[in-house]
Design a protein around this ligand. Structure first.
Ligand SMILES: [Zn+2]
Length: 255
């Protein structure tokens, strides 16, 4: 049965002084990213765009989806050239209010990503956790980010990645009502065909991840995937109990 590993990156930064917004957990070095992309290709993985899921019969034997969240300036300056050199594509989920902020993609950069053949999707307007919002505020986040990005790129925006990975049935229903066809969460998993579950599962690639662990997560083999899932689900329990603000503090301590 076909799987679809979906990788979740944020920024690519060699060190905290690199251009963009460095994150000690999620900033991956450009060297590690290049090595990971080379490994994928050497193993026969071929990167796809979300739209390719509309024609399951035409998918490569080993598809992989590379995604980036938030809209760090390194998405265009570092990631895009490394992807293009390898004939690869990715989907970039951009928080529309972050565009033109220091360290983030400019309006022109977002257009350039789209023009380079990369996918652009929404990552909310303000990066608020959608499950904390009223129905009206949720609708506003979904609609305004989609419209802003569509106007920037001149293409329809039909994919959203949940800010903070937080959301469930209500968010899924409203996102579909707002015109999104592809919904991505942050629960680690292998996405088995026919990829009809409400949210696509994603594998968070972190700065500390070594090559063996990366390979096991992508192949969804051995103990690493199960541990990643257990850890993620364990972190979800206190979130419900503590509320998102307290959860964020707990999480930053755990990570
Ligand atoms: Zn995010």
């Amino acid at each position: 049965m076909k799987r679809l590993p979906v990788l979740m990156y944020h920024g690519l930064h060699a060190d905290p002084g690199a251009r963009g917004r460095f994150d000690a957990v999620y900033s991956v070095t450009p060297v590690a990213f290049a090595r990971q992309m080379d490994w994928l290709r050497s193993q026969g993985y071929r990167s796809i765009r979300l739209g390719d899921l509309d024609r399951p019969d035409a998918l490569p034997a080993k598809p992989v989806l590379v995604t980036f969240d938030d809209g760090d300036v390194s998405n265009l300056e570092v990631a895009t050239p490394l992807l293009l050199e390898r004939g690869m594509v990715a989907e970039f989920f951009i928080t529309s209010d972050f565009v033109d902020q220091p360290g983030m993609l400019s309006s022109e950069d977002v257009r350039a990503l789209s023009g380079a053949g990369m996918g652009v999707g929404s990552h909310g307007r303000t990066h608020a956790f959608l499950e904390d919002l009223s129905d009206a505020a949720l609708a506003e986040e979904l609609d305004s980010s989609r419209e802003t990005l569509a106007a920037l790129c001149g293409v329809e925006i039909d994919a959203i990645a949940l800010p903070g990975g937080r959301g469930g049935d209500r968010e899924s229903r409203q996102a579909r009502a707002s015109g999104y066809r592809h919904l991505l969460g942050s629960v680690p998993g292998p996405n088995r065909a026919p990829f009809r579950s409400s949210w696509l599962q994603r594998i968070a690639v972190t700065r500390q991840m070594d090559d063996t662990r990366f390979a096991r997560l992508v192949d969804w083999s051995g103990l690493s995937p199960r541990l990643a899932r257990t850890r993620f689900l364990a972190l979800r329990v206190p979130k419900k109990v503590l509320g998102n603000d307290n959860y964020q503090r707990l999480r930053s301590r755990l990570l």
